[in-house]
Design a protein around this ligand. Structure first.
Ligand SMILES: Cc1cc2nc3c(=O)[nH]c(=O)nc-3n(C[C@H](O)[C@H](O)[C@H](O)COP(=O)(O)OP(=O)(O)OC[C@H]3O[C@@H](n4cnc5c(N)ncnc54)[C@H](O)[C@@H]3O)c2cc1C
Length: 461
């Protein structure tokens, strides 16, 4: 029998039980495919609440999941029959313009951070949908429009405060708990509940960016050009390749509505005066069917795709890292990209070279610095009855492209895919991660995640 009143008495935030009116909305995550039923949801208002929730879970031997933005594809923010530590109420930002840093409560979304930093002409590298949580995106790595210019989100993480499995509170940075700081830069939610992050921000205000789209029959030529171009492009030029369906509304012209196309979503962060020169070669070589590339304030760029993807759709992801895109891979891409099952499903190739590749494979837990792209095939469907269609499409696309990949995948683009996939994603860094896990979480208390199992030999170090 759980003494839930004890937890309620020790927390400022709300504790939600199955009988409560808001239980069903509180257990929902972004992916509508996930339907988990926790015993309790602890909405933590501060660090003290997180400590109380961890203590309660330990005393009652409850399974624990950690939730920030709730965007994880596999639904790893929520668990069945356990306690959800929901940090979303811890939503604050503090920008220090003198040091170009920002402290971020772990309940923030990236929209919160972009809003706060933009006023100072600053930005932190993050993802391409601003409703995503800072917590999960950061701890898994974080890639998006600024990756080639300023690296992954973790490359801009200066410090994090965490409550560990034993209830203690630590700050991890370059000179305190360095091993933990190494591990949380890519190792996900394996090591403790992060309550706040400190990031380095960069002078980014108005980009020159947006989508450039071409007819599908141009895809082989565009991919052929892109695979070479992006390897040699200056860091100020970011561009991810996509197969997509044109949404049926503004700003897209009516004659393209619902047309399957290929495209590159650009984000140029160099001198705006030089932007037209930078884009001239591609515009002249392959005149796009639609060119929405122009000056765009950074927070607008960051939230450009938000309206297409409201919470609650069915999502199924398959991912890989990619070193080279061969002619054979291009052929497979075009075949599956031409068969997008609906308007929401897509395939993205995110470049992870440029600044992100100048960090060593073992400098942080994120081990694939030598790969050129993080590829993600995303089946998205509003109707739960049709979810198998997008699952089948994503699986067969992935199965055909996987032999052309580098092996592992970006953990934040994976569903729950088992130990071997997690190991393949961390490669040589897995052993060190397991040792750090053994030191900070020897009983694998935090295991609802892309799980790193504690190394036996290192336990208790
Ligand atoms: C629409 C969409 C777009 C996306 N675009 C991008 C993108 O452009 N770039 C990119 O890199 N990723 C992207 N992602 C993937 C995203 O990084 C992951 O889904 C990530 O897990 C989301 O973080 P969250 O906090 O919202 O998730 P949650 O579901 O809340 O958490 C996911 C996991 O992260 C860990 N975690 C979260 N918060 C904490 C915390 N405070 N302390 C410790 N552990 C924690 C836990 O293990 C938890 O299970 C996207 C996802 C979606 C759904």
């Amino acid at each position: 029998m759980l003494e839930v009143q004890n937890l309620k008495a020790s927390m400022r935030g709300q504790v939600i039980e199955p009988a409560d009116a808001d239980y069903d909305s509180a257990r929902k995550v972004y992916n509508g495919m996930i339907d988990r039923k926790p015993r309790l949801i602890a909405r933590c208002a501060d660090v003290s609440d997180v400590m109380a929730a961890i203590r309660f879970a330990r005393e009652n031997e409850l399974l624990v999941s950690i939730r920030s933005g709730g965007h994880n594809a596999g639904g790893l923010g929520v668990c069945d029959d356990g306690l959800v530590i929901d940090v979303s109420p811890m939503r604050y930002t503090h920008v220090d313009p003198k040091s170009s840093t920002v402290r971020v409560g772990s309940g923030c979304t990236w929209a919160d951070v972009d809003h706060a930093t933009h006023a100072f002409g600053l930005a932190v590298p993050s993802g391409i949908i601003s409703t995503t949580g800072v917590g999960g995106l950061t701890l898994g790595g974080g890639l998006g429009h600024l990756t080639r210019r300023y690296g992954l989100t973790v490359d801009n993480l200066l410090a994090a405060d965490l409550v560990l499995a034993d209830g203690s509170y630590v700050t991890a940075n370059e000179w305190q708990h360095e091993d933990l700081f190494w591990a949380i830069r890519g190792g996900g939610g394996n090591f403790g509940v992060v309550t706040s992050f400190v990031f380095k921000a960069h002078p980014v205000h108005t980009n020159f960016g947006g989508p450039m789209l071409w007819e599908l029959n141009q895809a082989p030529k565009i991919l052929d050009w892109y695979r070479t171009y992006i390897k040699e492009a200056p860091d100020v030029m970011n561009g991810f390749f996509a197969f997509l369906t044109v949404p049926p509304g503004p700003p897209f012209p009516e004659h393209l509505h619902m047309r399957k196309m290929c495209g590159i979503v650009w984000c140029y962060t160099g001198d705006l005066e030089m932007a037209d020169d930078a884009f001239r070669p591609i515009r002249e070589m392959f005149p796009p069917a639609l060119d929405l590339c122009g000056p765009i304030p950074h927070p607008v760029m960051q939230s450009m795709f938000d309206p297409i993807y409201p919470a609650g759709l069915q999502w199924y992801w398959k991912a890989d890292f990619v070193n080279e895109i061969s002619d054979a891979a291009i052929e497979r891409h075009v075949q599956h990209g031409s068969a997008l099952p609906n308007m929401f499903s897509t395939m993205h190739l995110y470049p992870i070279n440029g600044a992100a590749s100048r960090v060593g494979n073992s400098d942080t837990a994120w081990s694939y610095r030598d790969a050129t792209w993080a590829q993600v095939i995303v089946g998205v469907e509003p109707d739960p009855a049709k979810r198998d269609v997008v699952i089948d499409w994503a699986r067969s696309y992935w199965a055909d492209l996987h032999p052309h990949s580098a092996g592992g995948a970006y953990v934040n683009f994976m569903m729950e895919e088992g130990d071997d996939r997690v190991k393949a994603s961390y490669r040589d860094n897995y052993g060190r991660l397991a040792a750090v896990k053994a030191r900070y979480d020897p009983t694998n208390f935090f295991r609802v995640n892309q799980n790193v199992r504690p190394a036996q030999a290192a336990a208790g170090v």
